[in-house]
Design a protein around this ligand. Structure first.
Ligand code: PMP
Length: 318
């Protein structure tokens, strides 16, 4: 579907997968004016195809759009774009444990000009790909490298938007993490508060049952995290969204106050953090039951194996 300043959203269509024509002066190539989302469709035992909280992804896409000076896409268009793809061939959605169809909705500035201003011509596309299990052979704790040399986003920057530039700036730190033998990188803000991983949010579980996650206007508000915290609240646990200093994390683990640390996002759902490594230290992280039990509850809802009490599922086929 296309957007222009004069015509608004127009020309919705489904076309065969293939290269997109792009003018060499298209502003997305020069100024990075683009945003995206990630959301899955799940096959239920009754054959139906469902997606999870698409209103949240649509709202986040609009929030990203606002920050990147792109037009707002209505929630109904967003959900319709997923439906249209499923309608072409719903057999694309695999069945089986941990199998899904991953949608990648994205919006970019295609107006051709050289000059720094918001584009007046924009395109919104969705591509999709079957996704298997994130972990082969069961969920394994990941190791995390503490990035001291780089930040992901600054105050007033684009950290809360899902835009390619944030990921571009995390590629080098991610490579640094890999060179240190770690799976993922964790970013701090300028005040040494914990932000998030390159593509996942972080959650801490305290001995007294509190579940704490960094609140900041420079991290991506994960929909997986929000859902897990809701399920934790449903179990009577206290949830805190607030700044979490790195020192609190390291001291909490050392003293035994923090009993679990995990990361979460659409791709992996939940993954325990096994080790935090940084320049000159390596903290082994405690492991517990909550992360995996919340993971099971959430995936049970997504795959229709458990009651959807919060009305999170939206049917896409039929
Ligand atoms: N933070 C970042 C930087 C991400 O890329 C993602 C993945 N979208 C998340 C957090 C988790 O968000 P969600 O649970 O909506 O997938």
């Amino acid at each position: 579907i296309c957007w222009s300043e004069k015509g608004g959203w127009h020309r919705p269509r489904v076309q065969p997968y293939g290269p997109i024509p792009l003018d060499p002066a298209a502003s997305v190539l020069h100024y990075g004016q683009e945003i995206f989302e990630g959301i899955k469709a799940y096959r239920h035992a009754d054959g139906g195809v469902y997606t999870f909280r698409p209103d949240r992804n649509a709202a986040r896409l609009r929030k990203s759009a606002e920050r990147l000076a792109l037009p707002a896409l209505p929630t109904s268009y967003f959900i319709q774009s997923l439906r249209e793809l499923i309608a072409v061939d719903e057999a694309w959605v695999p069945s089986g444990a941990d199998q899904s169809l991953y949608f990648r909705p994205f919006m970019f500035a295609k107006e051709a000009f050289l000059g720094v201003r918001a584009a007046k011509k924009v395109a919104y596309y969705v591509i999709a790909s079957p996704a298997g299990s994130y972990f082969s052979g069961g969920v394994k704790p990941v190791s995390i490298w503490l990035s001291e040399n780089y930040t992901r986003a600054g105050k007033g920057g684009t950290g809360a938007a899902k835009t390619g530039g944030n990921y571009a700036s995390s590629l080098l730190p991610q490579a640094e993490a890999a060179s240190k033998g770690c799976d993922q990188v964790v970013f701090l803000d300028q005040d040494r508060n914990v932000e998030e991983l390159g593509g996942m949010n972080v959650v801490f579980v305290f001995k007294d049952g509190r579940v704490v996650t960094p609140a900041s206007d420079s991290i991506l508000e994960g929909i997986t995290r929000d859902s897990l915290l809701q399920l934790a609240e449903d179990r009577g646990l206290t949830v805190e969204r607030r700044p979490v200093p790195l020192q609190e994390w390291r001291d909490g683990v050392a003293s035994g106050d923090i009993v679990e640390v995990f990361a979460c996002g659409t791709a992996a759902v939940v993954t325990p953090i096994g080790v935090l490594k940084g320049d000159g230290f390596e903290d082994v992280q405690p492991t517990g039951e909550l992360a995996l039990s919340l993971r099971e509850e959430l995936t049970d809802i997504q795959y229709g194996r458990r009651e959807d009490k919060h009305g999170w599922l939206v049917r896409l086929d039929g």
